[in-house]
Ligand binder design. Structure first.
Ligand code: SF4
Length: 352
């Protein structure tokens, strides 16, 4: 069991973030915000996939006007990404944003930050207070080498948090972003040691799904395993539903959410392999598509290590020469010709 780091609770509309609440997977819409119908559709697709908070970019006034319409058509709390504009922040809060993403370093005037905070207070909105490695890298003075950036990011975060606490605002989530896996882990550990606010974790600009999933799983997974992180985003270029799928896989692998769908265990294959395990596993995977029950299926290439895995699986096959042994809940129940194995496995899955 992972022991979550102690935090206070932060309300983001109907969702609460913090150690006493489940880790929330979030994502961002990737269609024009002014295309209200497309945006609502994407929010609904994300929600159906398990997204607990959806962020929407509002770079222009037309976007905050569209945002106001979108808020009224969806149930999930929305986060407004206001970029560098205090005006967009206040418009989005007044339009019903449950949270805004704000990097105080991007807002030139201190009084503008205070105005945003006052608007958030008045409307019960949360604020994600962000610091980004890119802005540290671009600092004009001091040592901004990679070795110094974690410390510099923490110093910036300390300044921001003090600014918010001075005006008695504590409904905030902290977020430090980097494209680097190790620095993401280090800065979030430092923030976790320094503050008691919930933390949003993710790598920024992670890449295409095939490139993004390993660095994101390492950074997010390492921190979550240490109890750090209350909401996560796996940033990938492409369909945002993929971000939710990957995020939920990380939570599931750590036991932070119940396994919601089938699990397919496949032996890595080796010289002992007796059948075409990969082909059979791919066919079994297709059979499992559309099943939303937590069914565990194992496809093993021989009877050396296969039965051990079969014990834990609901359905398993351990191959022998030209045939396979079918197991149900650890009991060997049938011996089947190789050509009939898929059918036999599918029948057992169906019975479950
Ligand atoms: S289950 Fe058998 S075939 Fe598969 S990797 Fe293990 S020893 Fe090799």
């Amino acid at each position: 069991m992972i022991e979550r780091r102690k935090t206070n609770s932060v309300s983001v509309g109907s969702v609460t973030l913090g150690c006493d609440w489940p880790v929330v997977v979030q994502s961002m819409t990737k269609v024009a915000t002014t295309d209200v119908d497309a945006c609502v559709r994407q929010v609904e697709e994300l929600t159906a996939a398990g997204c607990g908070l959806v962020r929407i970019a509002v770079p222009t006034k037309a976007d905050t006007e569209a945002f106001a319409q979108i808020v009224n058509q969806v149930k999930v709390p929305l986060i407004a990404d206001i970029h560098f504009s205090p005006a967009r922040a206040i418009e989005a809060i007044e339009a019903g944003a449950a949270k805004i993403r704000l990097n105080p370093g991007n807002i030139k005037k201190h009084e503008d930050v205070v105005s945003i905070i006052e608007a958030a207070k008045a409307h019960g909105a949360a604020i994600r207070v962000g610091v980004n490695e890119a802005s540290i890298r671009d600092l004009k003075s001091g040592d901004t080498s990679k070795d110094s950036r974690v410390e510099l990011m923490l110093d910036e975060m300390k300044k921001y948090v003090a600014m918010f606490e001075e005006v008695n605002f504590d409904n905030m989530v902290l977020s430090a972003k980097s494209t680097d896996t190790v620095r993401t882990i280090e800065i979030n550990r430092a923030i976790a040691e320094t503050f008691g606010y919930p933390i949003h974790i993710g790598l920024t600009h992670a890449g295409l799904p095939v490139d993004a999933r390993t660095p994101s799983a390492v950074a997010i997974g390492t921190l979550l395993a240490e109890g750090i992180g209350d909401t996560i985003r796996v940033s990938v270029a492409g369909n945002p539903v993929e971000e939710i799928r990957l995020g939920r896989e990380i939570l599931s692998a750590l036991g932070l959410i119940e396994k919601s769908g089938p699990e397919l265990i496949v032996c890595p294959t080796c010289g002992r392999c007796q059948i075409d395990v990969v082909k059979l596993a791919e066919d079994v995977r297709k059979t499992l598509q559309g099943i939303d029950k937590p069914v565990k299926v194992a496809v093993m290439g021989c009877i050396v290590n296969g039965p051990g895995e079969a014990v834990d699986a609901d359905v398993a096959v351990c191959a022998a020469k030209g045939k396979g042994f079918i197991y149900a809940h650890g009991e060997r129940i049938a011996t089947v010709e190789e050509s009939k194995l898929l059918e036999a496995i599918a029948d057992e899955i169906e019975k479950l």
